[in-house]
Design a binder for this molecule. Structure first.
Ligand code: GLY
Ligand code: MN
Ligand code: MN
Length: 500
């Protein structure tokens, strides 16, 4: 078990390696100035994360809860994807882009709640070869790493070295719940321990959960952690505002870059690059792959290949969001006439989508059900496509649950929760999400669209190849709703002025 805590060195035999002579080791281990061991005071998010831990603690009395951050994911050989800690881990620790890969949060049950301990690999001393000879975690290679005391101060959580996690994993029993998807190695170890515990509890193991490979209690924890994020706290709402503000800057950058974008044969890539530059400069990264879909590509809902041109006269659909260092992300779509003016037909489609978005927004307040937002937007989509003569039945008939002809032009949903994940709270129960009742502090998107495929014979030729989506980020308030992205131009006239 201990080996699994120490990453095996990766295949680097074809690259020159650090000298191993004792002379070299002694020399490189000496003559370093004292490190800065100052312990920071707790970050702004620390008390919020503590309050979240208290909530999940109250939901699982007497249970040990294990939340891994997850290990780095290999891209190829000894190259990894950019690291991102699991969102449930980030939510309960307040650790974001500065998380240490492989860290694990453990909530150990006590008489009246839980004690939280964060296990991670603290920096190595100068007397170890780790700091200069280990390309994955050595400070020579990846930069300074914090001490246990520094992280404890920063997050307001007790910390221990990762080697001490072994004792926790060795004592896994029926009372242990795990976030399974975060770290494959830890999940394997926990399952192995459960099997051993089940075997020793019964000489004739029955078809219990550990033996069947199913872990319904883990699923309950995943569900509860998802539902815990449905209502955002004050810190999270502030982060969402900041993520939206940074995202507006990214859209502004793209608009300023239009001449180069139009001139380049892969103009969509320039849109992506310009937006993503802002994401790296002002945030952590993008919250999801930027969709830069010009002309008929706008009819491809998740167009991220982004290898097409942006031609004069095109509408470009840009769906992009900046994730901050706290990992909170915006998710905004604007559809822009690249040469500054909507054609009459483009404007007609755009204004129908805007009407659907506005109708949906108008009903948002505490007490309504989440799914009513989509239903409201769909009434407009059905009415408009009916008025234009695209439906084989009336708009009312099309809106019947077993008809839905208008959905040919908008196959996706209207709203999803938003926060640490672009599709946040995804493991919440239907009763709490789709059929759930809105509460102040919920944040979600409203994103209707109309997409007329280039080869769709049900619509007149002039509509074919037009795709429009308008996506805003909405906060439920005490008595209604606030459109957090209202400052990013969204009416057809305001969009044209933005492009002037
Ligand atoms: N950007 C993905 C979505 O809008 O849901
Ligand atoms: Mn969205
Ligand atoms: Mn989006």
């Amino acid at each position: 078990m201990a080996e699994s805590q120490t990453p095996a060195p990766r295949a680097t035999s074809n690259r020159s390696t650090t000298p191993v002579s004792e002379t070299f080791k002694d020399y490189i281990a000496s003559n370093w100035a004292e490190r800065d061991d100052a312990v920071p005071s707790a970050r702004e998010q620390a008390p919020y994360a503590a309050a979240r831990r208290a909530k999940i603690s109250a939901m699982h009395p007497g249970k040990r809860l294990i939340l891994p951050a997850g290990a780095a994911k290999m891209r190829s050989n000894d190259t990894d994807y950019p690291y991102r800690a699991h969102s449930a881990f980030a939510h309960l620790t307040g650790w974001g882009s500065d998380s240490e890969p492989g860290a694990v949060l453990v909530l150990e049950p006590t008489a009246n709640g839980h004690d939280a301990t964060l296990y991670f690999r603290e920096r190595a001393g100068r007397d170890s070869d780790e700091f200069y000879a280990n390309p994955e975690i050595g400070e020579f290679w990846i930069g300074p790493r914090p001490s246990l005391a520094q992280v404890a101060g920063d997050l307001g959580i007790s910390t221990r070295g990762i080697a001490e996690l072994d004792a926790v994993l060795e004592s896994v029993d029926d009372n242990t719940l795990l976030v399974r998807e975060a770290d494959r190695d830890i999940t394997d170890q926990v399952d192995g321990r459960r099997l051993l515990a089940a075997d020793s509890a019964s000489e004739m193991p029955g078809p219990d959960d550990a033996d069947s490979g199913e872990h319904p209690d883990d699923d309950v924890l995943a569900r509860d952690l998802s539902e815990l994020r449905l209502v955002k706290d004050e810190f999270e709402i502030d982060q969402m505002r900041r993520a939206v503000a940074a995202t507006k800057q990214g859209f502004d950058d793209v608009i300023a870059d239009r001449p180069a974008i139009i001139a380049h044969p892969k103009g969509e890539r320039l849109v992506e690059g310009t937006f993503n530059r802002r994401a790296r400069a002002d945030g952590n990264t993008v919250g999801y792959d930027t969709i830069a879909a010009s002309g008929p590509h706008a009819c491809i809902l998740h167009w991220t290949r982004n290898n097409g041109p942006v031609n004069e006269g095109d509408l470009i659909l840009m769906d992009a969001g900046i994730e901050l260092d706290s990992y909170y992300t915006a998710d905004i779509t604007r559809t822009l006439p690249i040469n500054g003016r909507f054609s009459p037909i483009q404007r007609q489609v755009y204004e129908a989508v805007l009407e659907a978005a506005d109708a949906a927004f108008a009903i948002v307040k505490p007490g309504i059900r989440f799914r009513e937002i989509h239903a409201e937007a769909m009434k407009v989509i059905a009415r408009k496509t009916g008025e234009w003569g695209f439906l084989p039945v009336s708009a009312e008939e099309s809106n019947e649950p077993d008809a839905q002809y208008h959905r040919r032009y908008m196959v996706h949903g209207t709203s999803h929760h938003l926060g640490l994940d672009v599709h946040d709270c995804a493991q919440a129960r239907r009763d709490m999400y789709m059929d759930g009742v809105l509460e102040p502090g919920m944040v979600f998107t409203i994103e209707p669209g109309l997409y007329f495929q280039p080869d769709d014979l049900t619509v007149p030729e002039e509509f074919r190849g037009i795709g429009v989506r308008i996506e805003d980020n909405i906060l439920v308030t005490a008595d209604g709703a606030e459109n957090l992205s209202v400052g990013i131009p969204r009416t057809a006239d305001a969009v044209e002025d933005w492009l002037l």
